[in-house]
Ligand binder design. Structure first.
Ligand code: G6P
Length: 362
């Protein structure tokens, strides 16, 4: 049950929270449907979404990474242009706003001061705000016009896991709901697809031994690591690198596969771990080209692919889910790799140095 605040038999909250992700997906499916099995959303939120000519997503850390994935849903499914901004940067370089902007704040805690500063500012300008948060009643939830709860249950480990996947799932629900309200025909039922995702997540969380071994092989002694992906996979690569940095203190970077050659490839040495993600058919060929480029310079490459796109050399194959929702499954091995890397390096998994669960100062 994801509402528990005890570790139970788990050695760390992070591992427990990783394992809870299938339950959280099922909670979201239940909470966002009516008795007839249709999507259920507050009618004022529907109106606000319908009215918006552009969405500005504001967030920090892992929530920002969820926003990058959410932009794809909102643009591809509900046909609204979306900008995603790091909260702490937004105020310095506020973009030209559209005529009818809607601000979406994504925040696990609902207390992040950088995000709140933006909320205060845009309210002064008279713009509407919707907060996606795991803590209804939190500051960002109270001060925004609307709230969408994540239903992830308390997240205690500093490194965010189940809140990230909950944010992405709720953004998918919101995008499809908006498409329906706008009369856009879609061949995509998010509730059905999330049920498939929940099962796929379970398949992966049952492969811990395999992932622990990979973490040992790739991260036991390394000082740095690179995650690469293209398109959607690039966003997950950024989140994967953040997870590894946060809890194992390995210097890590998530890169767009095609951008590596414009500088970063200079850092590849004999044995440098490069983790490549490939879950989208249209990038499968090119990301594998990037893997060859780094392997030719000595990189220790680990390829994680979706079923159907896999090749013999791939170390880990993800169960198939709808192509739009692959971040929900591809992030799970990334979380587990980071977890085991931290464990084997004797790091304090749940309370990494210098970090706080929610940052209430700007
Ligand atoms: C802190 C946490 C991160 C989190 C970020 C944003 O830095 O350590 O894990 O992603 O804040 O938090 P929020 O609660 O706004 O999602």
């Amino acid at each position: 049950d994801a509402s528990d605040t005890e570790k139970g038999t788990y050695p760390h909250f992070m591992l427990k929270e990783i394992d809870e992700q299938p339950i959280v997906m099922r909670n979201i499916i239940r909470e966002y449907q009516n008795e007839k099995g249709e999507l259920k959303l507050d009618k004022d939120i529907r109106k606000a979404m319908e009215k918006a000519d552009r969405i500005y997503i504001i967030a920090a850390g892992t929530s920002y990474h969820a926003g990058l994935v959410g932009k794809e849903f909102l643009e591809k499914l509900s046909n609204i242009p979306v900008e995603v901004h790091v909260a702490s940067e937004f105020s310095y370089n506020m973009p030209l706003l559209s005529e009818k902007p809607l601000f979406i704040f994504i925040s696990q805690s609902g207390e992040t001061a950088d995000s709140r500063a933006v909320l205060v500012k845009i309210k002064e300008l008279g713009h509407p705000a919707l907060t996606l948060t795991n803590v209804p009643g939190s500051t960002l939830s109270r001060e925004a016009n609307y709230t969408l709860p994540l239903h992830a249950g308390p997240e205690i480990a500093v490194a965010s896991t189940k809140a990230y996947t909950a944010q992405i799932a709720v953004l998918a629900v919101l995008a499809v709901d908006t498409a329906r309200v706008k009369g856009i025909k879609l061949d995509f039922d998010p509730l059905q697809e999330l049920a498939i995702v929940a099962n796929a997540m379970e398949v992966i969380t049952n492969q811990k031994e395999e992932l622990e071994q990979l973490a040992r092989d790739y991260f036991a002694t390394t000082r740095n690591a690179f995650y690469i992906g293209r398109s959607t996979d690039y966003h997950v690569a950024q989140e994967a690198a953040l997870k590894l940095k946060e809890i194992s203190y390995i210097q890590a970077e998530g890169f767009a596969g095609g951008e590596l050659k414009h500088g970063t490839i200079a850092l590849i040495e004999d044995g440098t771990p490069v983790i490549a993600l490939t879950t989208q058919e249209n990038v499968n060929y090119s990301i594998r080209g990037n893997v060859q480029e780094v392997v030719a310079r000595g990189a220790h490459a680990l390829i994680i692919s979706s079923k159907g796109l896999e090749q013999d050399e791939d170390a880990f194959v993800l169960p198939p889910v709808h192509e739009l929702l692959t971040p929900l499954v591809s992030v799970i091995p990334m979380q587990l790799l980071a977890y085991y890397a931290a464990l084997h390096r004797d790091c304090d998994v749940d309370k990494p140095r210098n970090l706080a669960k929610s940052v209430t100062v700007e």
